[in-house]
Write a protein that binds this ligand. Sequence first.
Ligand SMILES: NC(=O)c1ccc[n+]([C@@H]2O[C@H](COP(=O)([O-])OP(=O)(O)OC[C@H]3O[C@@H](n4cnc5c(N)ncnc54)[C@H](OP(=O)(O)O)[C@@H]3O)[C@@H](O)[C@H]2O)c1
Length: 329
Amino acid sequence: MRERTLGSLTTSALGLGCMSMSGMYGPADETEGIATIHAALDAGITLLDTGDFYGMGHNEMLIRDALRDRDRDQVTISVKFGALRGPGQIWAGYDGRPAAVRNFLAYSLRRLGTDHIDVYRMARVDPAVPIEDTIGAIAEMVQAGHVRHIGLSEAGPEAIRRAAAVHPIVDLQIEYSLLSRGIEQEILPVCRELGIGITAYGVLSRGLLSGHWTRDRQVGADDFRARGPRFQGENLDHNLALVEALRGVAESRGVSVAQAAIAWVLARGEDIVPLVGARTRERLNEALGALDVAFTEEDLAAVEQAVPAGAAAGDRYPTAQMAHLDSER
Ligand SMILES: NC(=O)c1ccc[n+]([C@@H]2O[C@H](COP(=O)([O-])OP(=O)(O)OC[C@H]3O[C@@H](n4cnc5c(N)ncnc54)[C@H](OP(=O)(O)O)[C@@H]3O)[C@@H](O)[C@H]2O)c1
């Protein structure tokens, strides 16, 4: 497995995002989730991404179980915290106060069955708390040995600079794909200036850009995609037409749509690590194939002609969730 560098952290060139193994995209099979994590580790993936709110702790406990007979020190665990939940799948905002940071961290360490988290990051910038306070609290946990590195998630340029002034930041986790290129104008240059890497999520636009999504696919009410603006009505028709154009380019190069989409993100820079959100071994194997795709400049131009920048229809989150994205201000 090739490696990439995120700030002072070296990881595998692809990471595995474990979110969909804990219900965020409808029901998932636990046994298959663990088998997928094992297959990823066996293939050389060292970066596992989770959030304490994915399945309200379920995802962290799944990772703990998957790592039970593995060498913990070979794995980089990235954890997002800060989202407030409530009974009945309620989402209730974010909390970045220092006391909350320590509380979230203590529970995560317990659920993960580990004494340290490799990369710890607030899932969303909390506008009610100066980011210096949140990052300062994580920095204290670094000093105490409970956290190794600090990351950010969906932060905008100003927050990135303010955070980096408090403590070195290894990476910004943010949506980046052929359908979501918003970081290219301002955010990516700021990260590069400050030596901060990118862990790119949604590289398949949550499955929309995988080549496997169809107009008639049914999703349950508890699946994020049931509310995702890009998956609705005319937006979906428009976006699936882009996917078909990409399919033409991918097939002419002998790769799948998902592999083309992941390979495009991989080609955007050595400081970018795509997080693939596979929850089955079959999907993971397809994603791993992206590492063998050697696109020429001409191939990349053909991919971008099929899916031009800004071509996606619909926001990347429902309106209420867009409001939480510091990166979109
Ligand atoms: N920081 C943040 O705000 C944030 C937000 C979202 C996610 N994340 C992290 O990023 C990770 C990835 O995000 P994502 O779920 O949006 O990723 P994604 O890779 O864009 O979408 C993953 C979904 O695409 C479908 N898919 C189809 N073919 C696939 C293939 N070959 N390989 C992988 N997936 C395929 C699967 O859905 P089906 O199984 O239904 O086919 C899968 O659940 C998450 O697990 C999470 O750790 C972070």
